[in-house]
Design a protein around this ligand. Structure first.
Ligand code: SAM
Length: 279
């Protein structure tokens, strides 16, 4: 993969017709491989809504690829002008090149390449926070994206990724956030860093657990709340569960062993924020 340096011509417009153009190859690499995203600190988000969200929220943008449909679309033109003013290289591409870049038969009319933003444990302050969700080794990008979107919807503060988690900047995860990625701070940390943070957390530290003895509808949930969720296959690690003050369980009848991680997170978040949300 070519190095992701600064755009060759800052704030310029470039037409690309060849699938073997180095920028097309670079974007393909960012779509396909975590290694390329980590090395460059960049990621790809497809679609006009995400481009608008990213630009409105002030995220750094490296490239905005615009397909033929975008040229007559005023919202897309506005996004391209904003991206260009922000120093991005605007790539005018054919549908075939857009397809090749994104590995999709029906590509979106715009595709952006943005700069990653992720916090560390030391950046997190509980002051003024509502709810942080901590995810233990989340594996599924769709679950992660859905959780970020739900945290946004309930007015949560952020999402902590604990241990070896799926990449929040993978295309599938970004897509599932529906733009909330640009509004919900993310933090990455080790299990030990999480345990230290949980140990001095000023509010409720509640873990959802299939062995929990507390009905999730009963605690008081003093804010700031730290809601801790287990891995899709293995649940929550024992020492992480021990770092939490309450183990809550969502009642189930029927034969399902457990709820889907994103569903369990959504149910818990709406209960935690029940008295603070109104239509
Ligand atoms: N086999 C795993 C286990 O034994 O924990 C199932 C994990 S479940 C798919 C993923 C996570 O969702 C759990 O670790 C927990 O955080 C949450 N979860 C799912 N169903 C739950 C329930 N009924 N009550 C509390 N938490 C639940």
């Amino acid at each position: 993969m070519p190095q992701s340096g600064k755009p060759q011509r800052v704030g310029a417009v470039k037409q690309i017709t060849s699938h073997s153009n180095p920028i097309v190859k670079e974007i393909k690499g960012l779509v396909a491989q975590r290694k390329h995203r980590s090395q460059s600190g960049l990621f790809v988000a497809e679609g006009l809504k995400l481009a608008t969200d990213a630009l409105d929220a002030g995220w750094g943008i490296r490239y905005l690829a615009v397909g033929p449909d975008a040229r007559d679309n005023p919202v897309a033109q506005k996004a391209a002008a904003a991206a260009k003013a922000r120093g991005a290289l605007i790539l005018e591409v054919s549908t075939a090149v857009m397809s090749a870049m994104t590995r999709k038969d029906n590509p979106q009319m715009v595709v952006g390449v943005y700069e990653q933003k992720i916090l560390s444990a030391g950046d997190i302050s509980a002051e003024g926070a509502t709810v942080w969700v901590a995810l233990d080794r989340v594996r599924d990008p769709g679950n992660l994206g859905t959780i970020i979107r739900t945290v946004d919807a309930v007015g949560g503060t952020g999402v902590m990724l604990v241990g070896d988690c799926t990449d929040p900047f993978a295309v599938e995860a970004v897509r599932a956030t529906m733009g909330s990625l640009f509004h919900v701070p993310l933090a990455r940390m080790t299990k030990d860093e999480f345990k230290r943070l949980a140990g001095k957390w000023p509010g409720t530290v509640a873990a959802t657990h299939l062995k929990g003895s507390v009905d999730y509808r009963t605690p008081d949930y003093a804010e700031p709340v730290l809601l801790v969720m287990g891995n899709e296959q293995k649940g929550l690690e024992d020492d992480m569960a021990e770092a939490c003050s309450t183990l809550i369980r969502i009642p189930q009848v029927g034969e399902a062993d457990s709820l889907n991680l994103a569903v369990a997170t959504g149910i818990s978040l709406y209960e935690i924020r029940r008295n603070r949300l109104e239509l």
